[in-house]
Design a protein around this ligand. Structure first.
Ligand code: HEM
Length: 498
């Protein structure tokens, strides 16, 4: 009897309700999806081969087409699924919208849940231990001195002291310089000088980015299996193990020193992120070795890309060099290699910001995951779970920056002198979003700005630098990524009289 009733109830009520429900969901999905048009959707392109190929080779063209055609938000099919691109004018709205999250997007798109990617797991940890350390501790005078000392050692070792012109592999060397300077603050001077550690952080940063790229090339449903076999991911896991084995003795030695310290014999105090992570964590468990990989992957690629392109731009505009040298030598003479000294290098600040304007890391920025359905200023709804980003083209808008594609090293210096507070390198504004904006604005921007400026000042004060004759470095675009010339070379010589 009960079974019969169940069947009757099912047939008469539940089945039609389920069908109706499904119909409503389909209509809803169709309507929400269809309100945001897609730029690179082509008839017959069922496997999305053409869409992906267009995205990888012509993302700039797709963004331009989307803006011109739709005059509002649009979708681009990327190798990571579809991404809603908001016009630059939506930056303020995005900055103030609390239903968007950066960490969740990074967690998914940089595969933080996969073994070997524990660094990303630390960066996206909702407790924000690493982010708090970066915000609160990474901007001290002593760090400028460390940058200066460690770069001086690196230059002596890698570029040597030849007074004759010699060719150097800038693409490779810049990573070594940045690795060394950053590590002096992340893990302390001793490990920063260890060639094995230097090698490890360079290789693990590279493998992490390559691993992310190669995983993205696989369909989502296969990634949980293929990651075990991809060479880059295998390397990431191996390098994570190596990092743990190299750091463990240091952790143990510090813990021992702390446990045996007494009133008369204080434990040694360290000024590095190993120490600060412990202070900020305040007893909460965290993965201290993965945090070091996290610092390396947050800092290395971004900072070396900026330093690399900035010096290439200066070499393409050598008329700037005497003024930069004059300003830097005066700043160091007055204030030493300190935050005050770096602050005084305002032309250099402007030069680097101009580089970053013309070549930010990406054609889009402010990447966020939508946590709850949100209504855009134009009335469109973006469903929960959608990944969005803002088009970076405000950086090349002639209404904001006259002659936007002309490199002008003095541009931001003039703006700064006219009272524009957003014109300093480490500042962010809706007109220049290379360090992001809003809650997840890059917490490492002061650290990175100091590091890049110190490196440029020191290089230009110590060496003559030029491009090899007949070469003109080219920015490479791959999907949304903007990369400086992959094989950029320089010619250098120690400055006479030094
Ligand atoms: C030139 C160098 C750098 C550039 C261009 C850069 C750029 C960015 C950008 C665009 C974001 C996302 C912001 C947003 O979406 O609003 C970000 C976030 C972040 N950056 Fe940087 N960054 C640089 C250097 C660094 C350094 C040196 C560190 C650490 C020492 C660092 C740590 C982080 C962290 C932890 C986040 C995540 C913040 C969060 O989720 O709340 N970055 N960075």
């Amino acid at each position: 009897m009960t079974g019969f009733l169940d069947k009757e109830v099912f047939g008469n009520y539940m089945l039609p309700s389920a069908v109706l429900g499904l119909f409503v969901i389909l209509i809803w999905c169709w309507s929400t999806k269809s309100t945001i048009p897609t730029v690179n959707s082509y008839s017959g392109d069922i496997a999305l081969k053409k869409a992906h190929s267009e995205f990888m080779t012509n993302a700039r063209g797709l963004i331009k087409e989307g803006i011109e055609k739709f005059n509002g938000p649009f979708r681009i099919i990327t190798t990571l699924g579809s991404r809603v691109i908001l016009p630059a004018s939506y930056t303020e709205w995005l900055k103030n919208c609390s239903d968007l999250d950066h960490q969740e997007l990074v967690h998914d798109e940089y595969f933080a849940a996969y073994p070997g990617m524990e660094g990303q797991k630390v960066v996206t940890d909702p407790r924000k231990i690493l982010i708090d350390v970066t915000k609160k501790k990474l901007n001290q005078n002593s760090q400028c001195e460390l940058f200066s000392d460690h770069l001086a050692e690196g230059l002596k070792e890698i570029w040597m002291e030849d007074y004759d012109w010699q060719a150097v592999d800038w693409s490779q060397h810049v990573i070594r310089f940045v690795g060394r300077m950053s590590a002096s603050v992340f893990v302390g001077p001793e490990l920063a000088r260890d060639p094995k550690w230097q090698e490890l952080i360079m290789a693990s940063t590279l493998n992490t980015f390559m691993g992310v790229r190669s995983l993205r090339a696989w369909p989502a449903f296969l990634r949980p299996i293929v990651h075990w076999f991809l060479p880059e991911l295998k390397q990431c896991r191996k390098q994570m193990r190596l990092a743990r084995s190299m750091l463990q003795p240091i952790f143990e030695q510090r813990a021992y020193s702390k446990s045996t310290s007494s009133e008369s014999h204080k434990a040694e105090k360290f000024d590095d992120t190993i120490q600060w992570l412990e202070e900020v964590a305040a007893g909460r468990p965290y993965d201290a070795a993965a945090a070091q990989i996290a610092f390396a992957i947050s800092a290395m690629h971004t900072t070396s890309e900026l330093l690399k392109q900035a010096l290439l731009d200066i070499c393409m505009h050598p008329e700037l060099i005497p003024d930069i040298r004059y300003e830097a030598s005066k700043a160091v003479e007055d204030s030493g290699w300190s935050t005050a000294g770096v602050f005084k290098m305002k032309l250099l600040d402007s030069v680097v910001k101009e580089t970053q304007r013309l070549k930010p890391g990406s054609l889009v920025n402010l990447e966020r995951k939508v946590l709850r359905d949100v209504v855009l200023p134009n009335g469109m709804t973006i469903p929960r779970g959608t990944n969005i980003a803002v088009d970076s083209s405000m950086m090349w808008d002639p209404a904001i920056y006259p002659d936007p594609f002309v490199y002008d090293g003095y541009r931001f210096l003039r703006l700064r002198e006219s009272g524009n507070t957003g014109a300093a390198l480490a500042s962010s504004s809706p007109e220049h979003i290379a360090f992001g904006i809003g809650k997840p604005i890059c917490p490492g921007r002061f650290f990175a700005s100091n590091e890049v400026k110190i490196a440029l000042a020191k290089i230009l004060l110590t060496y003559d630098v030029r491009l090899p004759e007949g070469t003109k470095p080219k920015v490479v675009e791959m999907g949304f990524e903007m990369l400086s010339d992959l094989s950029a070379k320089l010619e250098i010589r120690k400055r006479p009289g030094l």
